[in-house]
Design a protein around this ligand. Structure first.
Ligand SMILES: NC(=O)c1ccc[n+]([C@@H]2O[C@H](COP(=O)([O-])OP(=O)(O)OC[C@H]3O[C@@H](n4cnc5c(N)ncnc54)[C@H](O)[C@@H]3O)[C@@H](O)[C@H]2O)c1
Length: 469
């Protein structure tokens, strides 16, 4: 990647392409494009006998509708441009998935591996105070979730701090999603993004016209997959694709290189090794090579970057051999690389669709917190009063009517996890159907990414027009 490359410029460019295709009025396009507000904090925390200053950001790209939604990442490389780009992506992702959230994102410039859990807790609580004090954290205004370097424990520290500050707020726990199950979380949220990646790929393979563009045969069983990043998203996607769909994960790229096995890696064993040792080197079930980046151009059917942005650039895009790339990470393909891949006939399932499982299930969690009705209670009411109560609640949350294939599973399901999976699957199927139809019916739409942006931007334009802006 060249040093003058900017992730934010890439997202802006992708938006502009869609706005131009829609002949959107320039003033409105500019309004939708820019971040509404960004908050910068430099917070001091006394640790290890001295004062440390941490820089953090929270950007709101859009808050029509409210609240604005998006993860918080802890990473030493974070900066404001990246946060604004990720916030914009959240706006387009929620609009594409037809989830009534605006877009936001936050980050703290920190390497979490350098701090003990009790130190991270103090830093996080201090960050939460700053965000809440400036209305960048609240169930009605701004609702963070986990992202790179954060997890459900980080989220419950934030929620608990907010609850202390707003002791009378009965909805305080809804100020973040991705919480532990015992503290207002929802079944299936931890793996939701990886699950959404799996459902998105399954849906792609159910569309013969789209699959034909890749030249891949029918069915996921036996497809070879290379994954970058065995964190929350990459691990769950790899696990579900290998154990449930019969894919062969032939390479996993991590910080310390790549581990390859042409017969397929045992993902749970590899994850246990990474957790124990901090990397993939030394894993007995494969061959290690320190040059991880090179594996992005390994021969495979499906490439899933699930770690960082801007890893496929104009330099390596000409050498990519995968027929299908699934953007489990946000922004892993630069704008220039996207053009090269498209010209080479490589199909990309874009981030705003591919990793939307997280925000979709976050929406279910937020609704559950605000209604104070556990999904299990809805099921008991179904038993007493018949199926309608259950389906109505799911219809309300997914915005779609049943029955579909998934509704049948839903009817026989009796646990929260069944409802979450059915709702997620339904959202993924609806969004994919819209993207695919636009891509295949309109010669001006060159790829799935442009289709996704056009659908999202159209919805946003309608909101702004309805508001009279
Ligand atoms: N967590 C979510 O629910 C969620 C939702 C939507 C999108 N995303 C996106 O998915 C991506 C991954 O997020 P996550 O939550 O899994 O983060 P994570 O911190 O759990 O995992 C990231 C993984 O990438 C690895 N990694 C870091 N640098 C690397 C490098 N140079 N090469 C290879 N691997 C490297 C890390 O070691 C880690 O295993 C990010 O782009 C994030 O924005 C996450």
């Amino acid at each position: 990647m060249s040093s003058d490359h900017s992730f934010l410029n890439d997202v802006n460019q992708m938006f502009s392409d869609a706005a131009q295709l829609m002949s959107m009025e320039e003033g409105l396009a500019n309004k939708i494009n820019v971040c509404n507000a960004s908050y910068i904090t430099r917070l001091g925390v006394r640790l290890r006998g001295k004062m440390y200053t941490f820089e953090g950001w929270r950007s709101v790209h859009s808050n029509h509708p409210s609240p604005a939604k998006g993860g918080i990442r802890y990473a030493p490389y974070a900066d404001l441009d990246e946060v604004e780009a990720l916030a914009a992506l959240m706006t387009y992702k929620c609009a594409l998935m037809d989830i009534p959230f605006g877009g936001s994102k936050g980050a703290l410039k920190i390497d979490p591996s350098e701090w003990e859990p009790h130190e991270l807790e103090r830093i996080t609580r201090r960050f939460a105070q700053e965000l809440a004090r400036h209305d960048f954290l609240s169930p009605s205004q701004n609702v963070p979730a986990p992202d790179v370097g954060t997890n459900e424990t980080t989220m419950i520290w934030i929620a608990d701090e907010y609850r202390r500050m707003k002791s009378g707020d009965i909805n305080a726990l809804a100020c973040v999603t991705g919480k532990p199950l015992a503290m207002g979380g929802i079944e299936g949220r931890i793996e939701a993004t990886g699950r959404g990646v799996q459902y998105g790929i399954q849906e792609f393979f159910r569309h013969p016209q789209d699959l034909a563009r890749t030249g891949l045969p029918d069915g996921l069983s036996g497809r070879t997959v290379v994954i970058q990043g065995l964190g929350n998203v990459g691990y769950h996607a790899a696990k579900f694709l290998s154990l449930e769909d019969g894919c062969r994960i032939i390479a996993v790229i991590e910080r310390d290189g790549v581990v390859r096995n042409p017969d397929g890696l045992d993902i749970d064993a590899l994850k246990a090794h990474v957790t124990a040792t901090g990397g993939v080197a030394g894993f007995a079930g494969g061959t290690h090579d320190a040059d991880g980046k090179a594996a992005l151009t390994d021969a495979c059917d499906i490439l899933i970057p699930a770690a960082l942005e801007s890893v496929i650039t104009k330099d390596n895009a000409p050498h990519v051999k995968a027929r299908l790339i699934v953007e489990a990470a946000n922004g892993p393909i630069t704008y220039d690389a996207n053009t090269i891949l498209r010209d080479r006939g490589i199909v990309v399932i874009p981030d705003l669709f591919a990793n939307a499982g997280g925000v979709t299930v976050s929406y279910f969690e937020w609704v559950k917190n605000l209604t104070h009705i556990p999904f299990g209670l809805m099921e008991r009411r179904r038993d007493e009063r018949g199926h309608r109560v259950l389906t109505q609640s799911i219809e309300h949350m997914t915005g779609r009517s049943f029955p579909t294939e998934t509704a049948q599973e839903l009817m026989s399901g009796t646990r929260e996890i069944d409802l979450v999976r059915s709702g997620l699957d339904d959202k993924i199927r609806s969004a994919y159907a819209e993207m695919s139809m636009l891509w295949n019916s309109n010669p001006e739409i060159p790829d799935l990414r442009t289709a996704a942006y056009v659908i999202a931007v159209r919805r946003l334009a309608e909101i702004y027009k309805a508001l009279g802006i």
